[in-house]
Structure formats: structure tokens, C-alpha cells
Design a protein around this ligand. Structure first.
Ligand code: DSN
Length: 437
């Protein structure tokens, strides 16, 4: 058994003494996960480290309370403080993103997007979104999702031809063509593997042409938008959907924001349309994260995330890695490993053994299957939260290169060596929110 796989039963959890006494099995697993998050280089672009303050807020007594409804109009009594918590979260979201309206109750990104369907579509209506294998999200009308089976999902992709920079970028000509032909009621822009700036103005023009509601799903880039490191969809999109736990560095949750015109439809869709009581402990943690994101340090963080991704991309390209679209404008890199002769899943698993956590991912026009695709997806939000200096990113690229080659050659000694080197760098840059014994 490697150190990586060490049995959680051997670890103690003095940080959570009550949990440790009541349920040592779960306490040990939590402690082991904490150790894993501390020791590994987490490059999954949708993950991050929350602050200790956000973490504390998620573990408060607010989770004991039911509060169906909205501040000032609830279906349960005893809302003296809960109303204030939710109102603070809403006000902070409105101020940070500069929107007319914010709903902080969606349980996560998928329910938030489902609420959009409930607000604007009837079953069978047409929605236009980016195809999942091209970088979109399941809930943008992909077939296996309720959004693609209860609604009529029409999907756009990215350019297949052109220069290395042109390939892999959203093709707005195709979006317009599809929109004019299919007349969707809703158009989604944004996605989960989009390394380039989203042209919100371009999407808005198309949406206006066909009288569709434009929804900007900024789950991945919300922190970059808040920190001024990616253009804002405000003024272009009718509705903005986001999770709160990715670049925004909040708890696992979501928000829907909109113009005043759509505020009532959004609120009614979230509650009572789709959900029951909001998760008040999450709402409190969202409020804390929004306060953190409004500070000057967060702007520095957001810009550093992008600078780090660009540097890491350049370092990887210099080592022969093929980056979809030729690079990145944001926090994310999508890497096609075909030229390295290593399938994405094999590479991701070797990297995991080396203490570098990524996910395998389809690349546009992938000839392999989604569960065994050609690529990996990596990102810099968590690494930047640890304050790992940009000067270390050449070493990170070198570790990725050595490990991918080792995966191809079956060289587990190199994997173990990289793991030790990764641990040394992680020890030098402790993650926020993790206080280890
Ligand atoms: N699972 C998220 C991601 O990793 O991008 C999207 O829902």
C-alpha cells in the first residue's frame, strides 16, 4: 500500500473532536481527505480551497433551520436572523456583479440551470447550448440530461479547422446559423472546458435576433468576472447562472442573477417551482465568500489565476503538449494527449499517483469515448489559492511531462519521484482552510 492509499483508520482527527468521538470511521476519512488535499497539487479547474471563514460558515447551526420562501415572505416562523443572512448574501451578489437581481438559493449548478428551463421553457421547447464533448455542460441541452430529453436540445460546437489558435474556439457563425434555423427560446453560453474568453456581446446579438433569452453560465469563471480578469456578461445576458465553489472560492452552491425583467420568473422557478427550503448554512458561506471576493486581494487573485494558467500553458506547449485552441485566456487548459500517445484516463491516473490531481476529458472531435477520452483538463484556481509562485510553474509542467511519459513507459519509479517532489512544494505552500496537526 502506498502512502497515497494509506488507511484512514490510522489517522486521528483532533480538529473535529465531537465527530471523532461519535463516528471515528467518518472522522478518519475526513482527516485523510484533508491530508490528501494538503499534500497534492490540485489542478482540477472546477475545484478550489475555501477560506477557513467560509468553511466555518458551512458548519454552523443555520443548517438546523427551514425557511421556505424568501426574506420577508416565508412559510415558517423564526426567520429573524435567517432573513438577514439571505438578504446580506443577495445584496453582496448584486453589488459584486452589478446585477439587478440575485437568487442565492439554488442547491448547485445543475438545479440552477434547471430553474432556468422552468422559468422560460415548456417541455419540448428548443434550447441552444454548447455540446458537452465540445466543452459545454450536461444541463445545456445534452441528450442524457433531463434538459436534453424533456426539452429539444440543439447543440453548437467549436471550429474544427483553421490555425492552431482558431481550432477549438466557439464558432459564432455556427451559433447564429443554428439559432436562425432552430429558433430556440433559450440560448446558453459558457461551459466546463472552454479555455477562451466568452464573447457575451456576440451571443447577445444572436439572442436578440431570434428573440431568445440569453443565459450566461459563468460557473467556471465567476471568480474571474468578479475579480475583473474576464469580461462580465452583465448588460449582455438576461440571466447569469453560476456555481459558487469554483473560481469564486465559496461553498458548494449556486446563484442565479438577472435583469429586473426576469427577477420574478427566476425566483418562482427556484421556489416553489423546483426546490424546497434553502440551505441556510450554505447561504451564509456564500455571503462570506462574496465579501471576500469584493476585497482588493481577490482582484489580485483572479488576475494571478489567469497569469498562472497562461504560464503553465506556455511551459506545457514548450514540452510538446497540444493545447486545444492553442492556449488559454482564463483559468483552464484543455490538453489533447494524442500526440503523446497516452490516453487521457491513463495519464490522469498516473498523475494522481504522482500527487497531481486532474481529470480526463474529451477534446473537441474526440475519436475516443467520453469514459476513455483523448485529453486531460487542468486549471490553476486551487494552485493560486495556495500562493504557489509563477516561477514554480516550469517545474509543474516538467512533472506533468515526466509523469505522462512515465505512464506511457510504465515507469512507476518516476511517478514516485515526482510525488515526493510535489509534496515538498505543497509543504512549502500550505492551503487556505486546512490546518493540519
Ligand atoms: N463538474 C463541473 C466541472 O468540473 O466543470 C461542472 O459541473
Amino acid at each position: 500500500m502506498t502512502q497515497h492509499q494509506s488507511s484512514p483508520q490510522h489517522q486521528s482527527s483532533p480538529q473535529h473532536p465531537h465527530l471523532h468521538r461519535a463516528d471515528p470511521e467518518i472522522a478518519a476519512l475526513v482527516a485523510a481527505e484533508q491530508r490528501l488535499q494538503a499534500d497534492t497539487l490540485r489542478l482540477i479547474p472546477s475545484e478550489n480551497y475555501v477560506s477557513a471563514a467560509v468553511l466555518e460558515a458551512t458548519g454552523t447551526v443555520l443548517q438546523n433551520k427551514y425557511s421556505e420562501g424568501y426574506p420577508g415572505k416565508r412559510y415558517y416562523e423564526g426567520q429573524q436572523y435567517i432573513d438577514q443572512v439571505e438578504a446580506l448574501a443577495v445584496d453582496r451578489a448584486k453589488a459584486l456583479f452589478g446585477v439587478d437581481h440575485a437568487n442565492v438559493q439554488p442547491y448547485s449548478g445543475s438545479p440552477a440551470n434547471l430553474a432556468v428551463y422552468l422559468a422560460f421553457l415548456q417541455p419540448g421547447d428548443t434550447v441552444l447550448g454548447m455540446a458537452l464533448p465540445m466543452g459545454g455542460h450536461l444541463t445545456h441541452g445534452w441528450g442524457v440530461s433531463a434538459t436534453g430529453s424533456w426539452f429539444r436540445g440543439v447543440q453548437y460546437g467549436v471550429r474544427a479547422t483553421g490555425s492552431a489558435e482558431e481550432r477549438g474556439r466557439t464558432d459564432l457563425d455556427q451559433v447564429r446559423e443554428l439559432a436562425l434555423k432552430e429558433r430556440p427560446k433559450v440560448i446558453f453560453c459558457g461551459g466546463t472546458a472552454v479555455p477562451r474568453t466568452i464573447d457575451f456581446a456576440g451571443f447577445a446579438e444572436i439572442a436578440r435576433e431570434v428573440d431568445a433569452v440569453l443565459v450566461a453560465d459563468i460557473a467556471h469563471i465567476a471568480g474571474l468576472v468578479a475579480g475583473g480578469a474576464h469580461p462580465s456578461p452583465v448588460g449582455h445576458a438576461d440571466v447569469i447562472s453560476t456555481t459558487t465553489h469554483k473560481t469564486l472560492r465559496g461553498p458548494r452552491g449556486a446563484m442565479l442573477m438577472s435583469t429586473e425583467q426576469h427577477a420574478r420568473a427566476i425566483d418562482r422557478a427556484v421556489f416553489p417551482g423546483l426546490q424546497g427550503g434553502p440551505h441556510n448554512h450554505t447561504t451564509a458561506a456564500i455571503a462570506v465568500a462574496l465579501k471576500e471576493a469584493a476585497g482588493p486581494e481577490f482582484r489580485t487573485y483572479a488576475r494571478q489565476v489567469v497569469d498562472n494558467a497562461r504560464t503553465l500553458g506556455e511551459q506545457l506547449a514548450a514540452r510538446g503538449f497540444e493545447l486545444v485552441s492553442g492556449g488559454t485566456d482564463n483559468h483552464l487548459l484543455l490538453i489533447d494527449l494524442t500526440s503523446k500517445d497516452v490516453p487521457g484516463k491513463v495519464a490522469a491516473k498516473a498523475l494522481d499517483r504522482a500527487g497531481i490531481v486532474v481529470n480526463y476529458n474529451t477534446v473537441p472531435y474526440d475519436t475516443r469515448k467520453p469514459f476513455d477520452p483523448s485529453g486531460i483538463r487542468i486549471g490553476t484556481p486551487a494552485l493560486t489559492s495556495r500562493g504557489i509562485p509563477q516561477s514554480e510553474l516550469a517545474a509543474v509542467a516538467e512533472w506533468i511531462d515526466r509523469t505522462v511519459s512515465a505512464a506511457r513507459d510504465g515507469d512507476e519509479d518516476t511517478v514516485a519521484t515526482v510525488r515526493a517532489e510535489v509534496k515538498e512544494l505543497m509543504d512549502a505552500h500550505p492551503a487556505p482552510g486546512l490546518t493540519l496537526d
